[in-house]
Design a protein around this ligand. Structure first.
Ligand code: GLA
Length: 381
Protein backbone atom coordinates (compact mmCIF):
# COMPACT_ATOMS: atom_id res chain seq x y z
CA UNK A 1 0.00 0.00 0.00
CA UNK A 2 1.34 3.46 -0.84
CA UNK A 3 1.58 6.17 1.80
CA UNK A 4 -1.28 7.99 0.07
CA UNK A 5 -3.58 5.00 0.15
CA UNK A 6 -2.68 4.31 3.80
CA UNK A 7 -3.63 7.87 4.71
CA UNK A 8 -6.92 7.61 2.79
CA UNK A 9 -7.68 4.26 4.44
CA UNK A 10 -6.87 5.64 7.91
CA UNK A 11 -9.23 8.54 7.20
CA UNK A 12 -12.07 6.17 6.20
CA UNK A 13 -11.44 3.95 9.25
CA UNK A 14 -11.41 6.86 11.70
CA UNK A 15 -14.11 9.10 10.27
CA UNK A 16 -16.28 6.78 8.15
CA UNK A 17 -16.11 8.98 5.04
CA UNK A 18 -13.96 9.75 2.04
CA UNK A 19 -11.39 12.57 2.52
CA UNK A 20 -11.86 15.71 0.45
CA UNK A 21 -8.27 15.47 -0.67
CA UNK A 22 -4.75 14.17 -0.06
CA UNK A 23 -1.81 16.49 0.49
CA UNK A 24 1.81 15.27 0.49
CA UNK A 25 4.92 16.97 1.84
CA UNK A 26 8.42 15.46 1.68
CA UNK A 27 11.27 15.00 4.10
CA UNK A 28 14.59 16.51 2.99
CA UNK A 29 18.30 16.08 2.95
CA UNK A 30 20.65 19.02 2.75
CA UNK A 31 23.31 18.69 0.08
CA UNK A 32 25.47 21.31 1.77
CA UNK A 33 25.16 24.34 4.08
CA UNK A 34 24.72 23.13 7.66
CA UNK A 35 23.70 25.41 10.54
CA UNK A 36 23.99 28.33 8.13
CA UNK A 37 20.22 28.96 7.99
CA UNK A 38 19.87 30.67 11.37
CA UNK A 39 22.99 32.70 10.55
CA UNK A 40 21.16 34.31 7.59
CA UNK A 41 23.33 32.23 5.25
CA UNK A 42 22.89 29.79 2.37
CA UNK A 43 21.57 26.23 2.18
CA UNK A 44 21.07 23.72 -0.65
CA UNK A 45 18.57 21.01 0.35
CA UNK A 46 16.58 18.70 -1.88
CA UNK A 47 13.32 16.89 -1.22
CA UNK A 48 13.31 13.16 -0.54
CA UNK A 49 10.91 10.84 -2.31
CA UNK A 50 9.59 9.90 1.15
CA UNK A 51 6.71 12.03 2.37
CA UNK A 52 3.97 12.63 4.89
CA UNK A 53 0.45 12.43 3.43
CA UNK A 54 -2.48 14.24 5.05
CA UNK A 55 -5.92 12.95 4.08
CA UNK A 56 -8.23 15.77 5.10
CA UNK A 57 -11.76 17.15 5.02
CA UNK A 58 -13.41 20.23 6.50
CA UNK A 59 -15.29 19.46 9.73
CA UNK A 60 -18.45 20.76 11.41
CA UNK A 61 -17.97 22.72 14.63
CA UNK A 62 -14.83 24.42 15.90
CA UNK A 63 -12.29 21.64 16.43
CA UNK A 64 -9.50 19.89 14.61
CA UNK A 65 -9.30 16.11 14.93
CA UNK A 66 -6.18 14.23 13.88
CA UNK A 67 -5.17 10.59 13.76
CA UNK A 68 -2.40 8.65 12.07
CA UNK A 69 -1.21 5.24 11.00
CA UNK A 70 1.72 5.60 13.42
CA UNK A 71 -0.26 6.11 16.65
CA UNK A 72 -3.37 4.72 18.31
CA UNK A 73 -6.53 6.78 18.71
CA UNK A 74 -7.13 10.36 17.73
CA UNK A 75 -6.48 13.81 19.22
CA UNK A 76 -8.99 16.69 19.14
CA UNK A 77 -8.29 20.30 19.96
CA UNK A 78 -9.87 23.71 19.54
CA UNK A 79 -8.00 26.99 19.74
CA UNK A 80 -4.80 26.28 21.75
CA UNK A 81 -1.76 28.14 23.02
CA UNK A 82 1.88 27.10 22.46
CA UNK A 83 2.70 23.83 24.13
CA UNK A 84 -0.92 22.87 24.91
CA UNK A 85 -0.90 19.95 22.50
CA UNK A 86 2.16 17.71 22.88
CA UNK A 87 3.69 14.89 20.89
CA UNK A 88 3.34 14.62 17.11
CA UNK A 89 -0.12 16.29 17.12
CA UNK A 90 1.61 19.39 18.54
CA UNK A 91 3.09 20.05 15.10
CA UNK A 92 -0.41 20.07 13.64
CA UNK A 93 -1.81 22.26 16.44
CA UNK A 94 1.22 24.52 15.98
CA UNK A 95 0.32 25.11 12.34
CA UNK A 96 -3.30 25.90 13.25
CA UNK A 97 -2.02 28.30 15.93
CA UNK A 98 0.50 30.01 13.61
CA UNK A 99 -2.18 30.48 10.93
CA UNK A 100 -4.56 31.98 13.49
CA UNK A 101 -1.80 34.24 14.83
CA UNK A 102 -1.28 35.47 11.27
CA UNK A 103 -4.96 36.40 11.17
CA UNK A 104 -6.34 33.54 9.08
CA UNK A 105 -9.73 31.99 9.60
CA UNK A 106 -8.54 28.37 9.75
CA UNK A 107 -11.10 25.79 8.65
CA UNK A 108 -11.90 23.15 11.31
CA UNK A 109 -10.84 19.83 9.82
CA UNK A 110 -10.47 16.11 10.24
CA UNK A 111 -7.09 14.79 9.16
CA UNK A 112 -5.50 11.33 8.97
CA UNK A 113 -1.75 11.11 8.43
CA UNK A 114 0.53 8.43 7.03
CA UNK A 115 4.27 8.75 6.46
CA UNK A 116 7.30 6.93 5.18
CA UNK A 117 9.76 9.63 6.26
CA UNK A 118 12.09 8.00 8.78
CA UNK A 119 11.72 9.56 12.24
CA UNK A 120 14.83 10.53 14.20
CA UNK A 121 17.07 10.24 11.13
CA UNK A 122 17.60 13.98 10.69
CA UNK A 123 15.58 14.13 7.46
CA UNK A 124 12.89 16.48 8.80
CA UNK A 125 9.91 14.26 9.39
CA UNK A 126 8.49 17.03 11.59
CA UNK A 127 8.83 19.70 8.89
CA UNK A 128 7.12 17.29 6.49
CA UNK A 129 4.24 16.89 8.96
CA UNK A 130 3.95 20.65 9.38
CA UNK A 131 4.14 21.29 5.65
CA UNK A 132 1.52 18.65 4.78
CA UNK A 133 -0.80 20.13 7.42
CA UNK A 134 -0.23 23.68 6.23
CA UNK A 135 -0.74 22.87 2.56
CA UNK A 136 -3.95 20.98 3.33
CA UNK A 137 -5.42 23.69 5.58
CA UNK A 138 -4.51 26.51 3.20
CA UNK A 139 -6.27 24.75 0.34
CA UNK A 140 -9.26 23.52 2.35
CA UNK A 141 -9.84 27.04 3.68
CA UNK A 142 -8.98 28.87 0.46
CA UNK A 143 -6.50 30.90 2.56
CA UNK A 144 -4.51 33.57 0.77
CA UNK A 145 -1.02 32.56 1.87
CA UNK A 146 1.51 32.64 -0.99
CA UNK A 147 3.84 29.64 -1.19
CA UNK A 148 6.88 31.87 -0.59
CA UNK A 149 5.46 32.90 2.81
CA UNK A 150 4.51 29.43 4.01
CA UNK A 151 7.93 28.23 5.30
CA UNK A 152 8.24 31.17 7.72
CA UNK A 153 4.78 30.45 9.10
CA UNK A 154 5.60 26.76 9.57
CA UNK A 155 8.89 27.75 11.20
CA UNK A 156 6.96 29.88 13.72
CA UNK A 157 4.93 26.79 14.62
CA UNK A 158 8.15 24.86 15.21
CA UNK A 159 9.95 27.67 17.10
CA UNK A 160 7.13 29.10 19.17
CA UNK A 161 4.54 26.34 19.54
CA UNK A 162 6.72 23.22 19.67
CA UNK A 163 9.65 25.18 21.13
CA UNK A 164 12.53 24.02 18.92
CA UNK A 165 14.90 26.90 18.00
CA UNK A 166 15.49 25.76 14.40
CA UNK A 167 16.12 27.80 11.26
CA UNK A 168 13.99 28.01 8.14
CA UNK A 169 15.68 25.37 5.99
CA UNK A 170 13.54 22.31 6.65
CA UNK A 171 10.14 23.90 6.07
CA UNK A 172 11.51 25.72 3.01
CA UNK A 173 12.76 22.45 1.59
CA UNK A 174 9.53 20.58 2.22
CA UNK A 175 7.41 23.36 0.72
CA UNK A 176 9.55 24.88 -2.03
CA UNK A 177 11.70 22.06 -3.47
CA UNK A 178 11.02 20.85 -7.00
CA UNK A 179 11.67 17.52 -8.69
CA UNK A 180 15.14 17.01 -10.15
CA UNK A 181 16.50 20.13 -8.50
CA UNK A 182 18.21 21.29 -5.35
CA UNK A 183 16.84 24.40 -3.66
CA UNK A 184 19.40 27.20 -3.32
CA UNK A 185 17.95 29.35 -0.55
CA UNK A 186 19.27 32.63 0.74
CA UNK A 187 18.02 32.48 4.33
CA UNK A 188 18.17 36.27 4.69
CA UNK A 189 16.26 37.44 1.63
CA UNK A 190 14.42 34.10 1.28
CA UNK A 191 15.18 34.26 -2.46
CA UNK A 192 15.30 30.81 -4.02
CA UNK A 193 16.84 29.38 -7.14
CA UNK A 194 16.06 25.89 -8.39
CA UNK A 195 19.44 24.37 -9.24
CA UNK A 196 19.46 21.48 -11.77
CA UNK A 197 20.65 18.32 -10.04
CA UNK A 198 20.08 15.53 -12.51
CA UNK A 199 22.14 12.81 -10.90
CA UNK A 200 20.94 10.01 -13.15
CA UNK A 201 21.83 11.84 -16.38
CA UNK A 202 25.35 12.27 -14.99
CA UNK A 203 25.63 8.60 -14.01
CA UNK A 204 25.82 9.50 -10.32
CA UNK A 205 23.71 8.85 -7.24
CA UNK A 206 23.43 10.20 -3.74
CA UNK A 207 23.57 7.29 -1.35
CA UNK A 208 21.84 8.16 1.91
CA UNK A 209 23.30 6.32 4.85
CA UNK A 210 21.18 6.48 7.99
CA UNK A 211 23.73 6.04 10.77
CA UNK A 212 20.97 4.77 13.07
CA UNK A 213 22.99 6.38 15.87
CA UNK A 214 20.82 7.23 18.86
CA UNK A 215 20.17 10.99 18.76
CA UNK A 216 21.52 12.35 22.02
CA UNK A 217 21.54 15.86 23.48
CA UNK A 218 20.32 17.14 20.13
CA UNK A 219 18.13 19.96 21.41
CA UNK A 220 20.60 21.32 23.96
CA UNK A 221 23.59 21.12 21.62
CA UNK A 222 21.65 22.73 18.76
CA UNK A 223 20.60 25.62 20.98
CA UNK A 224 24.17 26.00 22.28
CA UNK A 225 25.54 26.24 18.70
CA UNK A 226 22.96 28.82 17.82
CA UNK A 227 23.77 30.86 20.92
CA UNK A 228 27.51 30.81 20.20
CA UNK A 229 26.91 32.05 16.66
CA UNK A 230 24.64 34.85 17.85
CA UNK A 231 27.09 35.84 20.54
CA UNK A 232 29.95 35.91 18.00
CA UNK A 233 27.89 38.12 15.66
CA UNK A 234 27.23 40.47 18.57
CA UNK A 235 30.93 40.71 19.45
CA UNK A 236 31.83 41.28 15.80
CA UNK A 237 29.14 43.94 15.46
CA UNK A 238 27.34 42.33 12.51
CA UNK A 239 23.63 41.43 12.22
CA UNK A 240 24.51 37.76 11.58
CA UNK A 241 27.57 35.63 10.74
CA UNK A 242 26.43 35.79 7.11
CA UNK A 243 28.00 39.24 7.12
CA UNK A 244 31.51 37.91 7.80
CA UNK A 245 33.11 37.22 4.42
CA UNK A 246 35.80 34.67 3.71
CA UNK A 247 38.22 37.54 3.03
CA UNK A 248 37.38 39.08 6.38
CA UNK A 249 37.53 35.80 8.29
CA UNK A 250 41.05 36.08 9.71
CA UNK A 251 40.43 39.60 10.94
CA UNK A 252 37.14 38.50 12.52
CA UNK A 253 38.78 35.51 14.23
CA UNK A 254 41.49 37.75 15.63
CA UNK A 255 38.80 39.72 17.44
CA UNK A 256 37.43 36.66 19.26
CA UNK A 257 39.13 35.49 22.46
CA UNK A 258 37.54 32.13 22.81
CA UNK A 259 38.88 29.26 20.71
CA UNK A 260 35.55 27.40 20.62
CA UNK A 261 33.73 30.50 19.36
CA UNK A 262 36.43 31.05 16.74
CA UNK A 263 35.93 27.56 15.40
CA UNK A 264 32.13 27.95 15.32
CA UNK A 265 32.54 31.13 13.29
CA UNK A 266 35.04 29.52 10.94
CA UNK A 267 32.58 26.73 10.20
CA UNK A 268 29.75 29.10 9.32
CA UNK A 269 31.85 31.40 7.15
CA UNK A 270 33.59 28.62 5.23
CA UNK A 271 30.36 26.62 4.94
CA UNK A 272 28.53 29.55 3.33
CA UNK A 273 31.32 29.77 0.76
CA UNK A 274 31.11 26.03 0.13
CA UNK A 275 27.40 26.38 -0.66
CA UNK A 276 28.14 29.16 -3.15
CA UNK A 277 30.94 27.09 -4.73
CA UNK A 278 28.69 24.03 -4.96
CA UNK A 279 25.94 26.05 -6.65
CA UNK A 280 28.48 27.42 -9.15
CA UNK A 281 29.60 23.90 -10.08
CA UNK A 282 26.05 22.56 -10.36
CA UNK A 283 24.99 25.48 -12.56
CA UNK A 284 27.51 24.23 -15.09
CA UNK A 285 26.57 20.58 -14.60
CA UNK A 286 29.84 19.60 -12.87
CA UNK A 287 28.21 17.27 -10.36
CA UNK A 288 31.22 15.07 -9.64
CA UNK A 289 33.33 18.06 -8.71
CA UNK A 290 31.18 18.96 -5.71
CA UNK A 291 32.55 15.88 -3.90
CA UNK A 292 35.55 17.60 -2.28
CA UNK A 293 33.30 20.43 -1.04
CA UNK A 294 31.02 17.87 0.63
CA UNK A 295 33.97 16.19 2.31
CA UNK A 296 35.40 19.55 3.43
CA UNK A 297 31.99 20.41 4.87
CA UNK A 298 32.06 17.21 6.89
CA UNK A 299 35.53 17.97 8.26
CA UNK A 300 34.35 21.42 9.26
CA UNK A 301 31.29 20.01 11.07
CA UNK A 302 33.49 17.44 12.79
CA UNK A 303 36.43 19.62 13.82
CA UNK A 304 35.09 23.18 14.03
CA UNK A 305 31.36 22.95 14.70
CA UNK A 306 31.70 19.65 16.59
CA UNK A 307 28.31 18.21 15.71
CA UNK A 308 29.25 14.79 14.37
CA UNK A 309 29.40 11.47 16.20
CA UNK A 310 31.59 8.40 15.61
CA UNK A 311 28.93 6.63 13.54
CA UNK A 312 28.68 9.41 10.96
CA UNK A 313 32.46 9.93 10.84
CA UNK A 314 32.97 6.22 10.20
CA UNK A 315 30.30 6.20 7.48
CA UNK A 316 31.97 9.15 5.72
CA UNK A 317 35.42 7.54 5.90
CA UNK A 318 34.17 4.16 4.71
CA UNK A 319 32.23 5.68 1.79
CA UNK A 320 35.27 7.72 0.72
CA UNK A 321 37.55 4.68 1.01
CA UNK A 322 35.06 2.80 -1.20
CA UNK A 323 35.48 5.45 -3.91
CA UNK A 324 32.78 8.06 -3.17
CA UNK A 325 33.52 11.48 -4.72
CA UNK A 326 32.52 13.14 -1.48
CA UNK A 327 30.59 12.41 1.70
CA UNK A 328 29.16 14.40 4.57
CA UNK A 329 26.69 14.27 7.40
CA UNK A 330 23.44 16.10 6.62
CA UNK A 331 21.09 17.87 9.03
CA UNK A 332 21.40 19.18 12.56
CA UNK A 333 23.95 16.61 13.72
CA UNK A 334 24.64 14.22 16.61
CA UNK A 335 23.58 11.28 14.46
CA UNK A 336 21.27 11.22 11.47
CA UNK A 337 22.26 10.57 7.89
CA UNK A 338 25.37 10.77 5.74
CA UNK A 339 25.19 11.61 2.02
CA UNK A 340 27.74 10.01 -0.29
CA UNK A 341 28.11 11.12 -3.91
CA UNK A 342 28.92 7.99 -5.88
CA UNK A 343 28.80 6.49 -9.35
CA UNK A 344 25.28 5.21 -9.80
CA UNK A 345 26.44 1.59 -10.11
CA UNK A 346 28.44 1.69 -6.85
CA UNK A 347 25.56 1.79 -4.34
CA UNK A 348 25.87 -1.86 -3.28
CA UNK A 349 29.67 -1.78 -2.89
CA UNK A 350 29.51 1.46 -0.94
CA UNK A 351 26.77 0.11 1.33
CA UNK A 352 28.76 -3.08 1.91
CA UNK A 353 31.87 -1.07 2.81
CA UNK A 354 29.96 1.02 5.35
CA UNK A 355 28.32 -2.10 6.79
CA UNK A 356 31.73 -3.75 7.24
CA UNK A 357 33.12 -0.68 8.98
CA UNK A 358 30.06 -0.55 11.27
CA UNK A 359 30.46 -4.23 12.13
CA UNK A 360 34.13 -3.65 13.01
CA UNK A 361 33.13 -0.82 15.34
CA UNK A 362 30.21 -2.84 16.75
CA UNK A 363 27.76 -0.11 15.75
CA UNK A 364 24.10 -0.87 15.02
CA UNK A 365 23.92 -1.58 11.26
CA UNK A 366 23.20 1.41 8.99
CA UNK A 367 20.26 1.67 6.59
CA UNK A 368 20.92 2.98 3.09
CA UNK A 369 18.99 4.07 0.04
CA UNK A 370 19.70 6.11 -3.09
CA UNK A 371 17.69 9.28 -3.48
CA UNK A 372 16.95 11.61 -6.34
CA UNK A 373 15.37 15.02 -5.72
CA UNK A 374 11.59 14.71 -5.43
CA UNK A 375 8.78 17.30 -5.53
CA UNK A 376 7.80 19.67 -2.74
CA UNK A 377 4.48 19.84 -0.91
CA UNK A 378 1.39 19.52 -3.13
CA UNK A 379 -2.10 18.14 -3.39
CA UNK A 380 -2.06 14.65 -4.84
CA UNK A 381 -4.18 14.01 -7.94
C1 GLA B 1 18.03 21.23 11.67
C2 GLA B 1 17.24 22.53 11.72
C3 GLA B 1 17.54 23.40 10.50
C4 GLA B 1 19.04 23.57 10.28
C5 GLA B 1 19.75 22.22 10.36
C6 GLA B 1 21.24 22.35 10.31
O1 GLA B 1 17.58 20.45 10.60
O2 GLA B 1 15.86 22.26 11.77
O3 GLA B 1 16.90 24.65 10.64
O4 GLA B 1 19.58 24.47 11.20
O5 GLA B 1 19.41 21.50 11.52
O6 GLA B 1 21.65 22.84 9.08
Amino acid sequence: MTVASSAAQAFRDAYGAEPTGLWAAPGRVNLIGEHTDYNDGFVLPFALPQHVVAAASPAEGTDWTVCSTFTEGSVSFGATQPGDVEGWAGYVAGIVWALQEAGFDVPPARIAFASDVPVGAGVSSSAALESATLTALVELGGLNLPVAERPALAQRAENLYVGAPTGIMDQSASIRCTEGRALFLDCRSLAVEQIPFDLAADGRAILIINSNAPHQHVDGEYGARRKSCEEAARILGVPALRDVTLDGLDAALARLDDDVTRRRVRHIVTENQRVLDTVELLRSGRIREIGPLMTASHASMRDDFEITVAQVDVAVEAALAAGAYGARMTGGGFGGCVLALIDADRADETTAAVERAYAEHEFTAPTTWSAVPGPGAARLP
